[in-house]
Design a protein around this ligand. Structure first.
Ligand SMILES: [Ca+2]
Ligand SMILES: [Ca+2]
Length: 344
């Protein structure tokens, strides 16, 4: 990384870099490069001409990536939000909860493999016999139940059961109606979960009451030990959130990021008005290719055959060219006025 840093050559004087005007009357500034000492990463932040956002470039730790100041990612398994500059922060989706407590008809151990191992966030990430998941006392031949308690009572839209060992064993899902003191069947049938699909999300009958207790019935006759890592309760969503989407409040509290279930950033909304601030488009490989603002202005990102960003085209046509060397590192940036900052 030091080789890269020390060989940076500015073709423009620092004064020009700091003040060069461009067609939209904004200031073209390149900040950095700077070295992030803990990771030895080189990072560079560029205000992209004709757009209101910054582009971050990072190389280090085997990682060479561009990111946009308005663009985020979400890791649903670890519940971590990418802040867009290489840092990650713990963040839980709105309208979704992991169980705060769990009890069962039986458990293989009082700590390891106990019912409480099915509470909390996922912590079992491979198909395996894991002490961080609940296992009933018997390997086969019994009918068992697992009851989960959640912090907030909601009308369930989905129940996501992480079956992390010998899956396909859930036969019934129920929710507890506290007012009537009775269980309501949300789903009953054949569980199609495989060790590849892991998560069982049965189609639910529409509950008209809110609940904070969910009960699963399990048939241990599916061969081998049958284990559950965690169970997520998803509430019925507001109109601005579609099925298969999740919402995360920005650390500042002023914005809401909407992601698909895979953690791809779909749009950003004003947290108070729900007005659209940004909408993101992707190519078939899943790489970001366009950013649209709330007024319909579109910034496009062109990519080469390897998916590397090569040009950023602002809504009024200004082109910022990004060139990459044969070694895969950033080689230069050319602004719409034809001025180049090179890294050799
Ligand atoms: Ca079994
Ligand atoms: Ca677990």
């Amino acid at each position: 990384m030091y080789r890269y840093l020390l060989c940076v050559t500015f073709f423009l004087s620092p004064a020009v870099l700091a003040q060069a005007p461009y067609p939209q009357g904004q200031i073209y500034r390149i900040v950095g490069p700077v070295v992030d000492f803990p990771t030895q990463a080189v990072s560079l932040s560029v205000a992209v001409i004709g757009t209101p956002f910054r582009l971050h470039y990072r190389s280090g730790g085997g990682d060479r990536m561009w990111s946009w100041s308005v663009h985020h990612a979400y890791d649903p398994a670890g519940e971590m939000l990418s802040l867009g500059d290489g840092r990650w922060k713990s963040a839980s989706p709105l309208f979704r909860q992991w169980a705060t407590n769990a009890t069962a008809s039986s458990e293989y151990g009082s700590q390891d493999y106990s019912a409480k191992q099915a509470g909390g966030k996922p912590d079992t990430f491979t198909h395996s016999d894991a002490k961080s998941a609940w296992a009933p006392k018997s390997q086969d031949g019994t009918t068992e139940w697992l009851e989960l308690t959640y912090e907030r009572a909601v009308k369930p839209a989905a129940i996501n059961v992480r079956e992390t060992f010998n899956p396909g064993f859930v036969t019934k899902v129920e929710s507890y109606n506290a007012e009537r003191a009775q269980w309501f069947v949300l789903w009953q049938g054949k569980d199609p979960t495989t060790k590849e699909s892991v998560v069982f999300s049965p189609p639910l009958s529409k509950a008209t009451f809110a609940t904070k207790r969910i009960r699963l019935t399990i048939d241990t006759n599916v061969p081998g030990w049958n284990e559950i890592d965690a169970v997520e309760l998803v509430a019925q969503s507001p109109p601005w959130l579609s099925a298969g989407e999740m919402a995360i409040v920005a650390p500042s509290g002023s914005k809401v990021y909407v992601f698909n279930n895979g953690g791809r950033h779909l749009r950003t909304l004003n947290a108070f008005t729900r007005a659209l601030l940004w909408r993101f488009a992707y190519n078939s490989a899943g790489a970001l290719v366009a950013i649209e603002d709330g007024f319909g202005n579109v910034t496009r990102i062109e990519r080469n055959a390897n998916g590397v960003a090569t040009v950023v085209i602002a809504p009024y046509g200004q082109r910022t060219i990004l060139s990459t060397g044969a070694d895969g590192y950033l080689a230069g940036i050319t602004n719409p006025a034809g001025e180049t900052m090179s890294f050799t």
